[in-house]
Design a protein around this ligand. Sequence first.
Ligand code: G6P
Length: 441
Amino acid sequence: MGLKLVVIGGGSSYTPEIIEGLIDRYHRFPVTSVVLVDVAEGEEKMQTVASLSRRMIAEAGLPVEIHAGKDRKKALHHADFVMVQVRVGGLQARYYDEQIPLKHRLIGQETNGAGGIFNALRTIPVLLDIAQDMHNICPEAWLINFSNPAGIVTEAVLKHSPHPKVVGVCNIPYNMRTGIASLFDVGVERISVEFLGLNHFSFGKRVFIDGKDRTSETMEKLMNQDVDYAPANIVSLPWNKTFLRMLGMIPNPYHQYYFQQETMLEKDFEQWKEQGTRAEMVMQVEKNLFRQYADESVKAKPKELEERGGAYYSDAACNLMESIYNHSLDVQTVNTRNNGCLPELADDTVIEVNSLITANGPRPIAVGSIPRQTSGLLIQMKKMEELVIEAAVTGNYYSAYAAFVMNPLVRSDEKAQIVLDELLEAHKDFLPQFTKGVVRS
Ligand code: G6P
């Protein structure tokens, strides 16, 4: 019998990528029913995406039904996999996440710093509701989470919902492997990287090509060649040689925000003044994309989707679902419970790590201790994430404030309070846990 996939946030402009991924894998991963679900504000976009998806399926000549609706509970019946890619508050909320910190000369980013914290505060309660529904309606189904910030959100669900079958996915590990492949001029399938850390904060500890350790050559090449493995949504700066030599690992493109903070802030500030926030740019890209999606003659994923920072994410999601379904025992990079993998972090915390993919979910592969030059910062980031989760679940103002102060992209006590209060006001419609009466003790 065919499988059923539910996509929550189905009206996203990224959805055609998932459909393409399902078409490519149909014979190994036979999904015959896809149900897109979205909120009322996303309904029109969802219907457009559903029609394009039907045309893509017809073109491929496969027996896959595409449904679309707003009733999440109804959609979840008999689901095998549930992909969750929600953006709570839409792009307008992302605009505030980016614009309010920038206005106060802080990094304004949807998954890092003040903006990332607020994205998590809005998203965690929604994900907890979804996971609760899954527990009641389809307890055997896997929740594949893409909703940002993916690592924090995944940890919140694993810690605070009764549904244990949850895995978080991101496209950055794939982007990093592609970047390394281009340095060596080989296919990405020959590259494997040992990842260590947290989502949007993981390092490539060792690099292998066809199983041979090529880490030091990779570092040399990174020091001497231009390679841009940053996704489309972030400005890419060259890495400093001294920094790379000290680090001895491949940095994540998002590490630029932490280790080149002043330059990144200047660049982001300039970009904001000249072109607007990334949210505003994405609104424009989306307009063009949806114009194409609505065109009846379009029967494939348009090329422009690659202008989005999350391009190729569906490969990560589809590969994961396919391997869980087939109990493939291959290695993929996912966000899952630490379970002793990084001894410096608690077992129940979520890390981004290479894992063996089994029918029972990911089994993380240990990579040893966190190198000393990054362990302090990594532990601080994890503690900051824990505070964010606590704030999202309880609505405690001081947990949110502590997360702000502990976040290396905020730090200043005064700015933390100003920006936190402005963001709380801007997002109040999506933060019921805070607006019910802010817990300030
Ligand atoms: C990156 C990140 C994703 C993020 C995306 C944003 O790829 O890994 O987590 O959602 O970029 O891209 P966008 O085109 O929306 O700015």
